[in-house]
Design a protein. Sequence first.
Length: 138
Amino acid sequence: MAAQAFRYAPSLPELPKGAERSIIAQFKSIQANLDDVRGVPRNAVPVLGAKSYAAKVGDFAMIEPPAEGTLVMLPQGNADNLTQRIVLVVVGGILSPGATVSIVGRKGTINGQETLSIASIRLVELVSCGDRGWFYSV
């Protein structure tokens, strides 16, 4: 059984005035350190057979494209999501056209291209490289 992820409480009632801010800052630091050790929790998305999907940082999305294909929109890369990951897995469905991956607002690229086409059963782990966009290993 996996350990429960530590999450700080956003408020601590009945403390002396001003003490809450210091304690919450310490809890945030502990949470950040634990996330570094364990990794940021991933969001497992049910198998998707939709025409479009807006991916979020940390998603693990399994995709079964319908006949008209699936458009997966990635958030723009930026300093806040630098080194964060999104995992897309095409697990079946109609592979022609398959899944097309693009960035919201077309800011940045995916391995230097505007889009990524996935027309086979495979796993693609995308990593944010900030303003430059998203990259994956081939």
